[in-house]
Design a protein around this ligand. Structure first.
Ligand code: ZN
Length: 177
């Protein structure tokens, strides 16, 4: 999958309207003691994702699977043979207890092969990150501040990592002109 001009326009507009912003110290403030990082295992991008986060949060417990946060939300149309959101969630809770980790980082990325396989566009992929964060808050009885939502962009090997702000679905889907 490659990034399109329309994707670029959407991402530029998200930046301009502060829906996404480059990650910084404040992005990881609530997970000082370490965090579980839910991400896609993409071999061409995972190095950049992890390196960038580790500048701020060195203690990362990796949960890397194709599609990352797309795999935790039962609403996402993952093929039946790959569907295992309950098991992934149990694994997440187990690691949280075992390693005494309070924070969770949900990292989505674009372009993502799994998103392409299920015909998700860039807006659906970003929105799912926020929706999955809400889902985890409810299911794990966590405060919203313990979950960081991130978005990684690979534009022809120029890579950036953003924090997704808590915005509404309308803001995510309407800001592309
Ligand atoms: Zn991916």
């Amino acid at each position: 999958m490659v990034i399109t001009d329309k994707d670029r326009r959407i991402i530029r507009n998200w930046r301009a309207s502060d829906i996404i912003a480059p990650v910084g110290e404040s992005t990881f403030q609530s997970s000082r003691d370490g965090a579980i990082l839910v991400m896609c295992g993409d071999c061409d991008r995972s190095g950049h994702m992890i390196d960038t986060i580790q500048d701020f949060q060195p203690r990362l417990h990796l949960k890397a699977y194709n599609g990352g946060p797309l795999r935790l939300n039962p609403k996402v149309p993952i093929p039946d043979n790959l569907r295992c959101e309950k098991q992934l969630l149990q694994g997440l809770v187990g690691s949280q207890r075992l390693k005494n980790l309070s924070g969770i980082i949900l990292l989505s990325h674009w372009p993502c092969g799994m998103a392409g396989a299920i015909n998700y566009d860039v807006r659906q992929t970003l929105w799912n990150t926020l929706e999955t964060a809400d889902l985890l808050c409810q299911q794990l009885s966590l405060g919203q501040s313990l979950i960081s939502t991130l978005f990684h962009v690979d534009d022809n090997s120029e890579m950036s990592l953003f924090e997704i702000k808590r915005v509404t679905q309308e803001e995510v889907f309407n800001s592309w002109r």
